[in-house]
Every structure is written in C-alpha cells, then in structure tokens.
Design a protein around this ligand. Structure first.
Ligand code: 16G
Length: 247
C-alpha cells in the first residue's frame, strides 16, 4: 500500500489494519508482522508504526501478548444494556467464566451522591464493595457498588469472590430487582485503574453508573463501574416512539 503524503502516516497505517480486519482478511488471533517489517513495508519509521499499533491496541482492534507479539483481538464483549443482569449472569449466558477479586468490602457512611441515588440521608450506613471483575481470567471491569445497609445486613461477611451479589440479594435478602437507570460515558484509566485492569494509563474506559430498584421501586444499589473500552461494547435495542402533536 502506498501512503499519501497529505495524511499523517500513522493514521493511514491504522486505517489499513481496520480495513483488513473489517474485510475479514485479518482474523482474530492472527499475528501482525513485526514493527521493523511493517516500517519497511510502509517506508516509515518504527516510531510511526508503533504509534499506529498502540492506537489499535487501545481501541481493542489488536492485542499484545507480552513480548511474543501483536495479534488481531477477539471481538469485544457485547453487554446488552437493555437487560438488567449482574456480571456473573451476563458472562455465564455467553459461556464465559466470571471472576471477582474483592478490593474493599466495608460499611461506610453515604456521601451526598450515594445518599441521593439510594434515597438516603448523607451519613447513613451503606455497604461499599469494590471489585475487580474478570472474564475467562482477563481483567474486564472495576465495580464500585453501594447498597443500603438496612436492606442487606451482613452482606460483607459473604465470600464476594465466590457469590454473585445479585444472587445474594435475591436468595438471602429476598430482594427482587425490577429496573435500573443507567448512564454511560467515556473516561480514561488513571494509574491505579490501569494497573488493576492490565492496560496503559490513559486508555479508554466506559463508565457506567447504575441505580437499580426493587419491585417496590426502592433503590437497592448504586454502582459506578469502569469497563475496559478495548474489550467492551454496550448495545441497546430501541424502537421508534411516535410523538403526538408532531407535524
Ligand atoms: C453488574 C452491574 C453492577 C452489579 C454487578 C453484580 C452493570 C453496569 N453493573 O456489573 O451494578 O453490582 O453486575 O454482579 O451492569 P454479580 O451479581 O456478579 O455480583
């Protein structure tokens, strides 16, 4: 492929890989030629090649395997944003083994934001659970979840690496979730988040905030979850809402 002088070289190399992946000429698991070989092929510096490859890795098109090389990544996991499911159930539904590492699980006082979401007063007791979630052993998301202490006393004493919190809410506390309000926005990983998720600081993350309600329409969870942008897509099916009074 001849690069055009009018466009940044790294952007053209990035597009070249995107086109070949989308066309199915490069398939998940295929190994990408070395930086040196690509630099020669395109007649550019290795720095320029690396710039393009780094961007493709951040976007989840390519994946690095330690020092062994760079490969075409598996397609991103699609979370159905229109279905209220916990991480465990969402993964199992796709034959993926979910994992959890508990980083914190403690009784704290709700701050203003958490209190507002859970319809409590600031300072009221809430359980805070901070977990690293994995899919088939690969880090996927960081979950900060808050539950009103009065609804699930002692939840922190359960082994939250083994049990799904949504299953505990249902089976131990008799809480039936019925709906959730979710907001999705982009953010980037800070140093700590990057280390935990095994990505570079500054890599894209999807922040999803969820307030989940039970069948009595009382909020039972407020969560701030950070999903790896290179491995995750949120998909929601919509249908046309016909507006009355519109011409
Ligand atoms: C999901 C929820 C999170 C909940 C968790 C429970 C989203 C965006 N977040 O990650 O709010 O705490 O599931 O998972 O869906 P568990 O049942 O596996 O513990």
């Amino acid at each position: 492929m001849r690069l055009r002088a009018s466009h940044p070289f790294y952007a053209q190399i990035r597009q070249y890989f995107i086109d070949r992946i989308d066309a199915g000429e490069l398939r998940p698991g295929d190994r990408i030629a070395s930086e040196r070989a690509l630099a020669e092929q395109f007649g550019v510096s290795r720095m320029t090649v690396r710039h393009a490859l780094n961007q493709l890795v951040r976007e989840g098109r390519l994946q690095r395997n330690g020092t062994q090389g760079t490969y075409v990544a598996q397609p991103k996991f699609e979370h159905n944003a229109a279905v209220l499911a916990g991480f465990t159930d969402a993964m199992r539904a796709h034959g993926i083994t979910p994992g959890a590492t508990v980083l914190r699980a403690e009784l704290i006082q709700a701050n203003q934001r958490v209190a507002r979401e859970l319809q409590l007063s600031a300072g009221d007791p809430v359980y805070y659970v901070f977990r690293l979630r994995s899919a088939n052993g690969e880090p996927r998301a960081l979950e900060h979840s808050y539950f009103p202490a009065s609804r699930c006393p002692g939840i922190e004493t359960y082994d939250l690496e083994r049990y799904s919190i949504y299953h505990l809410l249902r089976d131990v506390y008799g809480i039936q979730l019925s709906r959730a309000r979710q907001a999705l926005e982009p953010t980037i990983a800070d140093d700590e988040e990057a280390t935990l998720l095994g990505i570079d600081p500054g890599a894209p993350l999807l922040l999803i905030e969820r307030t989940a309600y039970d069948t009595g329409d009382e909020p039972v969870e407020f969560a701030r979850d950070l999903y790896r942008g290179d491995r995750t897509r949120f998909v929601a099916e919509t249908s046309l809402v016909v507006m009355e009074d519109e011409p």
